[in-house]
Design a protein around this ligand. Sequence first.
Ligand SMILES: CC(C)(COP(=O)(O)OP(=O)(O)OC[C@H]1O[C@@H](n2cnc3c(N)ncnc32)[C@H](O)[C@@H]1OP(=O)(O)O)[C@@H](O)C(=O)NCCC(=O)NCCS
Length: 206
Amino acid sequence: MNIRLEQPQDWREVENLTREAFWNVYRPGCQEHFVLNQFRDNPAFIPELDLVMEEDGRIIGHVMFSKAEITLADGTLFPSWTFGPISVDPDYKRKGYGLKLLRYALEKARAMGIGLLQMEGNIDFYKHAGFYLASKLNIHYHGEPAESEVPYFLAQELIPGYWGDREGTYCPPSGYLVADTNPEAFEAYEATFPPKEKHLVPGQLP
Ligand SMILES: CC(C)(COP(=O)(O)OP(=O)(O)OC[C@H]1O[C@@H](n2cnc3c(N)ncnc32)[C@H](O)[C@@H]1OP(=O)(O)O)[C@@H](O)C(=O)NCCC(=O)NCCS
């Protein structure tokens, strides 16, 4: 198993991997491959944390990170970071690869001075990499009541004391919303992949 930086010649393979990993998981079909495709040109994208994992001579995992912001109560913006999509090839899921890739990326992020991460995800996976409910740090999710514990909104202070006892609200960077804000471009992009059946399955987000 090898982890290295993504290269331009990997782009299509990694986007296909992302599509395969996310397909029908959170919605019928998925959008995450388009998010990745568009994000590489976004100033918030962090190329040093655009990582692929190789096994058996091919790419089986990928993760990307992005700059983000938290709005404090007085309206000032506090620098933070987020990550995702993170993908593991369906043939390699639940074999420990995702956790290895994430732990490697988190160490690298910490060494780069990244002090705080927050993101949306399943605590059952991310708790193994040190994440907990963001409400524990008094970071609220936009659109949700400040007093609520949002079960999918997770955080981790990578550098102890970076966030301290602040309180603020997080809104995902606009780069994550490209498929919704530009549906025609997304459809045209999706049409470049082999057709795949979309299914509504239990457990998908409403
Ligand atoms: C989520 C994902 C990256 C995890 O990678 P993985 O290699 O399959 O996970 P690991 O084998 O490293 O999992 C380690 C532990 O995390 C937990 N875990 C992993 N995936 C889980 C899931 N989907 N639901 C609940 N717990 C999960 C389990 O406790 C697992 O240990 P176990 O298999 O011994 O029970 C991968 O399954 C994937 O690509 N999923 C589709 C895309 C996705 O959902 N990405 C994350 C979006 S937030």
